[in-house]
Design a protein around this ligand. Structure first.
Ligand code: DC
Length: 228
């Protein structure tokens, strides 16, 4: 058809923790029938494995060696329990283990190690280059896939993001302290955006959307327009 446009083949969505990237990425991938790939799960998987094995996460070379020798499989969801994908390591399904608080507390440190990033970036790039993919992370548009056809940087204030995390925890029926969550969000932002390798920042050609000003539906509609 003469006017039919194909959507961008590789879509990168970057931004700070809890800005709504995963919600947007999942919806977009569903709408386009693309693979949804949240790259944060890989950093979480290495962190969880390191803790499981009793490694000291401050031991950079041990953690980097673990990242190099571990093959992390990210597959379409096998269960309808709210997961966006299965995360499998050595045949174990660790999809929910990697969401535990001890992983939250240590993952920024692990993600700052250059050796860990080199190993995981290579795995992510291989998957991304297959195309028809929505990839979510911190450095997809800048480092992992600078050739992405559409780059979105989804931003939001620390307060708004902490509020979102707080409400997610309360909705699960667990206890939460907003101020504590806010402090953790600020601390993780600081580590993610000041690290030497692949710091969190928008690519020069990224389209920046502010989810303080737009709700999830508006963000989705805007990105769908951009895809068209
Ligand atoms: O998005 P998330 O909270 O699951 O990310 C977990 C950690 O991994 C967080 O500290 C940022 C880091 N990360 C990264 O450095 N690069 C990516 N592409 C994805 C996540």
């Amino acid at each position: 058809m003469p006017n039919q446009k194909t959507p961008p083949n590789i879509i990168a969505i970057d931004g700070p923790a809890a800005s709504g990237k995963s919600t947007l990425g999942r919806r977009l991938a569903d709408a386009l029938a693309y693979l949804f790939f949240d790259t944060g799960v890989m950093y979480r998987a290495v962190t969880w494995l390191a803790l499981q094995r009793g490694l000291d996460v401050r031991d950079e070379s041990a953690v980097a060696a673990l990242a190099e020798e571990t093959s992390i499989d990210v597959r379409p969801p096998s269960q309808e329990d709210g997961r966006a994908c299965d995360v499998i390591v050595n045949e174990d399904d660790i999809t929910w283990n990697i969401r535990r608080p001890e992983v939250d507390a240590n993952v920024s440190v692990v993600a700052a190690y250059p050796g860990v990033r080199t190993a995981l970036t290579a795995q992510q790039r291989r998957i991304g280059l297959r195309g028809r993919v929505v990839m979510v992370g911190r450095d997809i548009g800048t480092v992992v896939l600078p050739e992405a056809d559409l780059k979105i940087y989804l931003d939001a204030s620390a307060e708004k993001r902490a509020r979102r995390r707080y409400e997610e925890i309360i909705a699960r029926g667990e206890k939460a302290d907003y101020d504590e969550i806010l402090q953790k969000v600020i601390q993780r932002d600081r580590i993610d955006s000041t690290r030497a390798v692949a710091p969190l920042r928008p690519a020069e050609d990224a389209i920046i959307l502010d989810s303080d000003k737009l709700d999830a539906d508006q963000v989705f509609e805007r990105v769908k327009e951009l895809c068209e």
